[in-house]
Structure formats: C-alpha cells, structure tokens
Design a protein around this ligand. Structure first.
Ligand code: ADP
Ligand code: MG
Length: 242
C-alpha cells in the first residue's frame, strides 16, 4: 500500500487510510464484438488507497480514459470487478464520493460558472440554496470566486479547467479522477492547475488520479501507472517510473 504523505495525515481519518477507495480485480473492458472488438482495458488489477496520488501515463488509445471511467463507476467492466470499499460500497450502482474531471470541454455553454458547478449537487438532491452555498465555498477554494457569473466562452483554458475541477470537488469527494486535465494548457498554466488540484485534494482529504501525456505533470505525483495496449503497469514512487 502507498503510504500517506505526512501532511495529509491530519485530514484523512485512520479508517480511510486502511481501506481502499477503489479496487480493480481482473478488470477488462471490450467495446464491440467479433473481428471489430476493441479490448480497451485488459485484466487490470489495482488498488487505490485513500491518500493516493497517482499519475497514469501511456500513449493515446492505450485505455487511460476507459480505465478512469471504470474506476469512477461511469462504465461497467465486461469481465472482472471494480469495488469501492471505503466509499460505503453497498452493491450494484455507482458509488457516491467520486469526482471526475473529464477529458475535453465539459462545461455546459448556456450555464454560468456557478450553475455548472452546482449541477452535480442539484442532481444529488441538494436544495438550491444549500447547493449555491457549497458552490461559493468550492469556487473560493479553487481561487475563482470572481468568475461565478461568467459564461464558459468568457473563460481562458486554465480558468475553464479550474471550473471543471471545482465541479468535481463540489460534493467533497473521497476520490478525484482527472482525465488529462491539462491537455490543452501551456506548461505554466498546467502547473498552476495541478497545484490547485493537489492542494484542494489535501484540503478535502481526497485521493487523486491524473491521466496525462505530460511528463512534467506526471512528475508532480509520486506514484506512476503506465497503460499500454490496455494493460496496466503500476510503478510505486520508490521505483521511479518515467
Ligand atoms: P486513451 O484515453 O488512453 O487515449 P481510451 O480509453 O480513450 O484511450 O481508448 C482505448 C481504446 O478503446 C481506443 O482504441 C478507443 O478507440 C477505444 N474506445 C474507447 N471508447 C470507446 C467506445 N465508446 N466505443 C468503441 N471504442 C472505444
Ligand atoms: Mg483519454
């Protein structure tokens, strides 16, 4: 198991450090069937501790997004199982407590920043005034409180990704999955976005997995996983991947 960095021990309670937020056992995901079947993820075994800081690298098409969607419970494996022991995994269905930053633009263009960030809270059943209070808090946490009334097309790339991060954090998840969150950003902006993601994850006590093509971004996280042709190789920090 990956050890919790010292600075997180105060914010992650003892029970959360001992049970995994997610575990994959023999997980495969095949799209289609027959001669055109694509085996996007193949027999993956992995364990994500409550304090995980993991970078997932690998070429385009190697299965990073598919694996993240499986871990998020947004997609179901065609073989094997995904479990979420620390997230009150009570059987079938998507667990509560996972925030996702999707690859590519994902803000709804007709909603302002506050409304975009409020969406998952409203879908989860929060009353509007409660949701808006939580939105204000998370926008401040991510450092973009002044953008609340802006529309997505009024934002820079870095601001848009901060909004996407705020939306993923709004419900205070135990696990954040960020799929190439800096893919369209310059290095300086990418570095600041990753800093926001990692700092806020510490504040709320969440595990983090970031998929990225950028070795500089990957180097910000201590543990490295590599996807290749659907296979996952996990590389603890002390063995120094990439
Ligand atoms: P990565 O994120 O590493 O670029 P993906 O997980 O997006 O890789 O894709 C892995 C493989 O699965 C690719 O060959 C891709 O074309 C295929 N794939 C992904 N999603 C689907 C889908 N919904 N239907 C069919 N093929 C898919
Ligand atoms: Mg992808």
């Amino acid at each position: 198991m990956t050890a919790c960095p010292g600075d997180q021990k105060a914010v992650i309670d003892a029970t959360m450090t001992t049970s995994a937020v997610a575990e994959c056992a023999g997980v495969s995901r095949t799209f289609g069937s027959g001669a055109t079947a694509v085996r996007a993820v193949r027999e993956v075994n992995c364990r994500i501790p409550a304090c995980a800081r993991i970078a997932v690298t690998g070429p385009s098409g190697s299965g990073k997004s598919t694996l993240l969607h499986l871990i998020a419970g947004l997609d179901a494996p065609t073989a094997g199982s995904v479990r979420w022991p620390a997230l009150h995994d009570s059987g079938p269905g998507r667990p509560m407590g996972i925030g996702v930053v999707f690859q590519g633009p994902s803000l709804l263009p007709s909603l302002d920043v506050a409304e975009n960030v409020a969406l998952p809270l409203l879908f989860a059943g929060q009353a509007e005034h409660t949701a808006m209070g939580n939105v204000r808090a998370v926008l401040d946490l991510v450092g973009i409180g002044e953008l609340a009334a802006k529309l997505p097309d009024e934002l820079s790339g870095g601001q848009s990704q901060r909004v996407a991060i705020a939306r993923a954090l709004a419900a205070r998840p135990r696990l954040i999955l960020a799929d190439e969150p800096t893919g369209k950003l310059d290095h300086h902006t990418a570095d600041r976005v990753i800093t926001v993601l990692l700092d806020t994850a510490i504040t709320i006590g969440a595990a983090v997995i970031v998929s990225t093509h950028d070795p500089v971004v990957a180097a910000r996280l201590p543990d490295h996983w590599v996807m290749r042709d659907g296979h996952l190789k996990t590389c603890p920090a002390d063995r120094g991947a990439t």
